[in-house]
Write a new protein. Structure first.
Lengths: 115, 111
């Protein structure tokens, strides 16, 4: 009955590989997000989708590409992984757009380690 | 651009005392400000939301204040318990309608 679930929880891979992280929410929310938390614990937004449409696209490398097959799923694909991509990636969802007056519900993160 | 500063990285307090955390922001005042709790290895969990026209909000032992003149929100944990040990994040909407987070304050409550 997990509200926002993301897989895998841990991902260890080598530089240059391509990997994907999957996220699903069963809360009936129409907006989903990807956040990146670096080693200094800053949470930075990467992307946001509302009803499968991209509404926030932060300045992230083109190697990162989100895909939303339906409003309950938001996957993150990363090409040509680099050492600096190592971080914890969080998926989140909310009612409405932007989480302005509606709280975000987060998954438990995917710890990506690039060696 | 809007900056969010949480005053200290770590706060150590004795059980039973009140922990007070500060969140300061620059530039314009957001319409809403939120507080989250994050435990190690877990995602942030929403605690409280306060609107700009609300001075104070309470939830059990938690209290949040919002002072748009000072551009500051205070987060209080009263009668603190070891189970309150976690990192607390403030978040607000920036002028590009994104919810942005502060770096967080890690609270450790000693028994």
């Amino acid at each position: 009955d997990t509200a926002v679930s993301q897989t895998p929880k841990y991902l260890v891979t080598q530089m240059g590989n391509d990997k994907s992280i999957k996220c699903e929410q069963n809360l009936g929310h129409d907006t989903m997000y990807w956040y990146k938390q670096d080693s200094k614990k800053f949470l930075k937004i990467m992307f946001s989708y509302n009803n499968k449409e991209l509404i926030i696209n932060e300045t992230v490398p083109n190697r990162f590409s989100p895909k939303s097959p339906d409003k309950a799923h938001l996957n993150l694909h990363i090409n040509s992984l680099e050492l600096g991509d190592s971080a914890v990636y969080f998926c989140a969802s909310s009612h409405g757009t932007g989480g302005i007056n509606s709280p975000l519900h987060f998954g438990n993160g995917t710890r990506l380690t690039v060696t | 651009s809007q900056k969010i500063e949480q005053n200290s990285e770590a706060l150590n307090i004795q059980e039973g005392k009140t922990a007070t955390l500060t969140c300061n922001y620059t530039n314009y005042s957001p319409a809403y400000l939120q507080w989250y709790r994050q435990d190690p290895g877990r995602g942030p969990v929403f605690l409280l939301l306060i609107r700009e026209n609300e001075k104070e909000k309470r939830k059990e032992r938690l209290k949040v204040t919002f002072d748009t003149t000072l551009k500051q929100s205070l987060f209080h944990i009263t009668a603190s318990q070891p189970a309150d040990s976690a990192t607390y994040l403030c978040a607000l909407v920036t002028n590009d309608y994104k919810l942005s987070f502060g770096a967080g304050t890690t609270v450790t409550v000693r028994a």
